[in-house]
Structure formats: C-alpha cells, structure tokens
Design a protein around this ligand. Structure first.
Ligand SMILES: [Zn+2]
Ligand SMILES: [Zn+2]
Length: 386
C-alpha cells in the first residue's frame, strides 16, 4: 500500500459514517463492523482481516475528539494539494527513534515508512508539549508571492524573497533536546509511537500516551524552542524564476519551504508570480505581441521596420499592400519556452494618422487623392448597392 493511499484514506468512509457523525454514531458503527469483521468470525478471510485492521485504525482516530479534529484539519490541508505534490523523498534524520510503519504493525505490505503514515500520525497525535516532541516530520509547504516586471518574467530572473517561517532551532539543531542531552526512546512503545491494548477478544492499536505518538521522550527540552526543534526565523532566499512564467502562475521550489522537524526533509516553497504590464509588449502564451504603428504610405509601399524584442531588435518586413491591422509573425523571437526554443513575436500593424501636416504635405496628399481616384481605387467598392 502506498503512502499516498494511506494519506488519502477516508476514516469516515471506512466506518460508513458521515464526516459530521456524532461520537456515539462512530462508536456504534465501529462496534458493528468490528463484530462482523473480526478474524475469529471470519477464519482465513484475508479481506475481512484487512478491513478489520482498517476499521480499527479509523476508530482509534475518530473516537478521540482531539485526534479527530487534527485528522480533519490534516485532511483539509492535504485536500489543498501541497502535500501530495511535494514528494516524500529524503531520509528522516533523527537516529534516536526507530522507523515506524503502521503498515508493518498491521501486517500490511507497506513500503518505506519515511514520510508515510508515520509522518501523518506524528502530525496528528503530537501537540508539542514541552516534555515530548514529534518524531521527524517533513516540513510544511510555504506559499508566497512576488511581482515581476514583464521582461523579467519573460526572460527569467533571480529575485530575493523575504520570508518568515519555521526553521530548525539553531540552539539544539532541531533535535528539541537541550544541548548536551538527547531524546531517549520511549520505553512504553519502544519508539514505535503505538501501543497495542487487548480488550476482550479485540486488539487495539493506539498512539502511545507516554510519548504522545512521537516515539521519543525529551527529558530536558531546549529552552529556545521549548522542545519543538523549530524556531521562527526571517530569511531571505534567492530564487531563480525560470523564463516564460506568466501572470498568476505558481512555481514550486523543492525543499525551500518549512524546515522538517528533527532533520526530516524540508517542505516546498510555492511562489505565485504576478507580472506587471509592459508599455510595448503583450503576451499570448509563449508568443510576444506588439502593436507596430505605421504610416499609410508605409503599408502601401512596403518597408522594413526595426522593432524591439526581449533581447534586442529585429527587422520586420512589411510587404507592399499590407492591410491595416494585419499581424506579421517573426518566428522564435517570443517568450523563451521551458525546455528550449521560444514562441513567436507577433507584430500587428496599425496606421497612425497624422493630426498636423505642413502645407507641402497637405498639397501632396490632395494631389495623391486625385491620382488615387483616377487610378480607380474605391475604398467602398464592396458596398455597391448598400
Ligand atoms: Zn531548540
Ligand atoms: Zn511511547
């Protein structure tokens, strides 16, 4: 069973109750299921056995209002998306507590425990008391935002981001224990964070009370972090924003989020990027757009105009007889694409009409108008009959 499946497990569904069910309803649902699914009642039925374990696990959490609330909160958080996307890689660094894997406890074929349900339970069952602290747990993801100039966003840029977030305590290096001391393995659960209790025919697994499910006990908590191993610190990190990011886009920077608890991997940083407008350029995906003001005569006679690009200028050929409003495409001079290449530069021509001309120009234009009529040009020829 994968870690993701654990995390996405719906305890309410397992018990067949709604998420608003009362404690009484949960108790009743569990009792009935436990009776029906108990291995003694279903000898050799591995499916029933699996269900029994799952149902017991669900009950252990939902029957305790405090745990239930934490479970609800955690699931809400995961539903937000950050957790699943972040990846669970990296080794849990706290060497003092044994690796913990509910899958093993329940006899399932779970994969590596690191970052799996152990982390989830660490978060669920541990309310940072000063005597105990959570086992290694991946840091949370952090959200922040930044505003970039149009060209910065298009070309990529390195920006400093100032953030206040929990970091490993510098005094105890994140262990939570006073310098010179170390946490000890919980003697009640032997570091698993889980105890089994037999009640009549049923065996229950629950988070260890002694260590509050963390698996270790800190006798002398670090005074600077009250044993949590975490301190709030303001830090400025330099972040490389890749080229081509668009307004409103969210960028993930792996490992730049909150520090993990006790040496566990850090979370990820998500930066939402706002892009300011540019005086000259617009954007359409990877294409850069540009309105090129031209004179009427330039459209009629054709010309080559030097237009700005992100990294210099390019000559754009306007063919003779180009219609006003036509868009000319310059390949490969748009916004750099992730993975190489670039979009196109789209140049839209727009006639600029002079508001003031000197007499010579007006005279010439009048002469031109006559010649134009004489040559048979009728701008409203298509309107015949209208
Ligand atoms: Zn500390
Ligand atoms: Zn314990």
């Amino acid at each position: 069973m994968s870690q993701r499946e654990w995390i996405e497990k719906d305890f309410y569904k397992e018990l067949g109750v709604s998420s608003g069910a009362s404690q009484d309803e949960i108790k009743k649902a569990y009792r009935k299921l436990a009776r029906d699914l108990h291995p003694d009642a279903n000898p050799g039925d591995t499916k029933a056995e699996e269900r029994f374990k799952t149902v017991s696990e669900a009950h252990a959490v939902l029957s305790d209002p405090a745990k239930r609330k934490e479970y609800d909160d955690t699931r809400k958080l995961f539903a937000g998306g950050g957790y699943g996307r972040g990846g669970f890689g990296g080794g849990a660094g706290g060497g003092f507590s044994q690796e913990f894997n509910l899958g093993d406890i329940f006899g399932g074929a779970a994969g590596a425990a690191d970052g799996g349900l152990g982390d989830l339970l660490g978060g669920l069952f541990n309310r940072g008391g000063t005597r105990t602290s959570s086992r290694p747990r991946r840091g949370s993801d952090v959200e922040t935002e930044t505003t970039l100039g149009f060209r910065e966003a298009a070309q990529g840029v390195t920006v400093p981001l100032r953030m206040t977030s929990p970091s490993p305590c510098t005094t105890c290096h994140g262990s939570g224990a006073k310098p010179g001391t170390s946490p000890r393995v919980c003697p009640i659960c032997n570091g698993t964070g889980i105890v089994s209790r037999n009640q009549g025919a049923f065996g229950f697994s629950e988070p260890c009370d002694e260590c509050r499910g963390s698996g270790s006990i800190i006798d002398d908590p670090c005074l600077d972090c009250q044993g949590s191993g975490i301190q709030n610190r303001t830090r400025t990190i330099t972040v490389r924003i890749p080229p081509g990011v668009g307004d409103g886009q969210r960028i993930r920077l792996a490992g730049q989020g909150e520090a993990g608890l006790r040496g566990a991997p850090s979370g990820d940083l998500y930066v939402t990027v706002h892009v300011s407008q540019d005086k000259v350029f617009g954007r359409n995906g990877d294409d850069l757009t540009l309105v090129l003001p031209v004179s009427y005569s330039e459209l009629v006679l054709g010309t080559t105009v030097s237009v700005p690009t992100l990294d210099g200028r390019v000559g754009v050929k306007v063919p003779p007889g180009t219609a006003d409003g036509r868009t000319l495409r310059v390949r490969g001079r748009g916004v750099p694409k992730r993975g190489g290449g670039a979009g196109d530069l789209l140049v839209t021509v727009k006639v600029a009409v002079p508001q003031k001309l000197d007499n010579d120009a007006v005279e010439a234009l009048k002469r031109y108008q006559e010649a134009e009529r004489a040559s048979g040009f009728d701008p409203r020829a298509g309107w015949a009959g209208a």
